[in-house]
Structure formats: structure tokens, C-alpha cells
Design a protein around this ligand. Sequence first.
Ligand code: MN3
Length: 240
Amino acid sequence: MTRRHLLSTSLLAAASALPGKAIAQASATAAPAFFKLAPLPYAADALEPYIDAQTMTIHHGKHHQTYVTKLNEALATLPTAPKGTPEELHGWLSNLDAVPEKIRTAVRNHGGGHFNHDLFWNSLSPKKSEPTGELAEALGSAFGSKEAAMEEYLDKGGKIFGSGWIWLVFDPKKKAIAMTTTPNQDTPLAAGHVPLLGIDVWEHAYYLKYQNKRADYLKAVAEIINWDVIADRYAKALKS
Ligand code: MN3
């Protein structure tokens, strides 16, 4: 028996030992699931009427899933398997130059997409809230008031050309919060900023319900911001 024949025979034996379901799953998945799509932290219709259930279902289940799938496909080409932890992704996005060149663009776009959307879903809530404590004070000193901060959010979010994100960030160098934007799926991490709030301004985030009326979408989303989560992120950013 040749070595090649021996190898193919043992592979066949290994394959036939797998239950049918495992084989079907293995062939349906192109790359190992280093990173996985987490379920939404609320029901798909929970943010109605501000964000409709159909947009939510497609945005999370198709768009976000695609970023995860494509990130995993790129990572599968690496000689060593990644850990697939949030900390690892955070590290790559904070220092893209250190990411192997052949996967750098995929990590920036699809890894960024995965990171941004995770933060986005968890920045929203059907339960109404308002900024309190240190966060309310920081909004006051940076913008004058929460209302003024939200005016800047509407203005800057409305002016994004093409696809991108509007962010409330903490800038550790200036020890201050600020409103910034990024194009495509770029993250604030690349600029050394700590993202506190991120709102998706890609058309896929609003077009089914709001069509070209981006300002209406931005105003609606402002009603469902989970300020308790944003305050927690700010408190953690101050400590680190
Ligand atoms: Mn999106």
C-alpha cells in the first residue's frame, strides 16, 4: 500500500466515523467560527417604532453575520488559530499596523464591522434613560448640556458622506469626551479613543423605514440610547 493510498484510506475511515450531522455542519461552514454572532440583547421588535423589526432582523442576522463570517474566513488563512476573544479583536483594531498584512484589510473592515455592531446593539434599549452622574457632568463640560451634545450628534451624523458611524468617545490623552465620526467600519480604537456610544449611519441601518430621511433616523435612535450602559463605559474608561 502506498503512503498516499494509506492516507486517503485513513481519511475516509475518519470521515465515515463522523455522524452525518457533523459532516453536514462541517461542509456548510467555510471557516472555523473563531468569532461568533451574539444574539440581540432584546427582541427584534423591541425598539419599534424607532427601529422596525425587519430592519433589525436583516441588519443583525445578515449584515452583522456577514462581517463575522468574512472575518473568520480571513483568520482561517493564518498559520496559528486566533483565540477569538473580544480582547484579541480589540487589540488588533487598536493597532492595525501590527496585524499581518494579508489579513489587515479584512480585520479593519469585517473585524471593525463585528466590533462596531456589537457595541451598537448594546448601546440601545427600549427602556428610556438619561445620562446621570459623571457622564452627565462630562457632557456638560464638553458640550454645555446633553441637549447640545445631541445637536452636535445630529449635525455630524447628518454630514457623514457615504457610509460610516457617529461616536461619543472618551479621549484618554485629552481626558475629555468628544463627538467623532469614522468612515466605513473604521473604529475609534484606531485613533486611541474609547468608544462610549456608536450609532450606525450606513443606509442599511435605516433605509427600509426612513428611506433617504437620515435625520429622522438619527433623531429616532436618540430616543432609545441606553444611557446607563454609556455611563458604565465612561466610568470604566476613566478608571483604565
Ligand atoms: Mn450596520
